[in-house]
Write a protein that binds this ligand. Structure first.
Ligand code: CA
Length: 257
């Protein structure tokens, strides 16, 4: 098969046949587990096959609602998400995933003309995008890059942390409180992860801004306070008397969990 085969698959509205090969055909998932949310049957087959050959475990969902459902119920290392989907658009799926506290890397597939949508896609929490028709090797490179970037958790740290009634699964990017799933934004999750990775240390607002929001951020340190307040609201039993994220007067914050 042509290694750089372009997407020229059949139209979107094919029969809802199960195009997934039997699980026995799957790779050993050594490289990660990918959810492919795409309604073009031909693309699901070519892209799925190619990713499996590269050693990824691939599962496919054929519409937005199914994709969201799969992503919320099963941990994936990466989601490849088409923008134009039946039932629920890629934008809505992406937003809902972030609102549900999932910080899994999302690679959007967009059509050539959807420049505005691209930007919107990134604003609502996608991590990268590839324009259709795409070069397979380019897509594989983006996938690899996102997966390399994803495990920002040092290997020495476990991926599941139980802090009193709070349970944080860094790999699945999910947080529970008293067994209830807590809806954190991607940024709140990243901030919480940074706190967990630096528990006990006093962290200044500017350090948090730099490490969690990134270089060149145009946000002020007030943003940090707003997000800390959000986390407290969602995680502390009494947000006014925080026991998890403490204020260190004049210096910043300290995670005491
Ligand atoms: Ca589509």
């Amino acid at each position: 098969m042509n290694r750089t085969r372009r997407n020229s698959g059949p139209g979107a509205e094919g029969p809802a046949a199960n195009v997934l090969p039997p699980e026995a055909v799957q790779g050993a998932a050594l490289n990660g587990k990918i959810l492919l949310v795409e309604d073009e049957a031909g693309l699901v087959v070519t892209l799925g096959d190619r990713l499996r050959k590269e050693g990824y475990w691939v599962e496919a969902a054929r519409d937005g609602r199914q994709g969201l459902d799969r992503a919320l119920n099963d941990p994936f290392d990466l989601i490849i998400l088409d923008l134009m989907l039946p039932q629920k658009s890629g934008i809505d799926v992406c937003r809902d995933l972030r609102q549900n506290g999932l910080a899994v890397p999302i690679l959007m597939l967009t059509a050539r003309s959807q420049t505005v949508d691209k930007v919107l896609g990134l604003k609502i929490g996608a991590d990268d995008y590839v324009t259709k028709p795409f070069d397979m090797l380019e897509l594989l490179a983006r996938v690899e890059a996102l997966l390399r970037r994803a495990p920002s958790t040092p290997a020495s740290l476990g991926t599941v942390h139980q802090i009193g009634p709070i349970r944080v699964d860094l790999r699945r990017t999910q947080v529970w409180r008293d067994r209830q799933l807590v809806a954190l934004s991607a940024r709140e999750f990243q901030l919480l992860r940074y706190f967990i990775e630096h528990r006990g240390a006093t962290l200044s607002r500017s350090e948090l801004l730099e490490q969690v929001w990134g270089y060149g951020s145009t946000t002020g340190t007030r943003t940090v306070d707003v997000h800390v307040a959000g986390l407290r609201q969602k995680l502390e039993s009494d947000p006014k008397q925080p026991r998890l994220i403490l204020t260190v007067l004049g210096l910043g914050y300290k995670f005491a969990g």
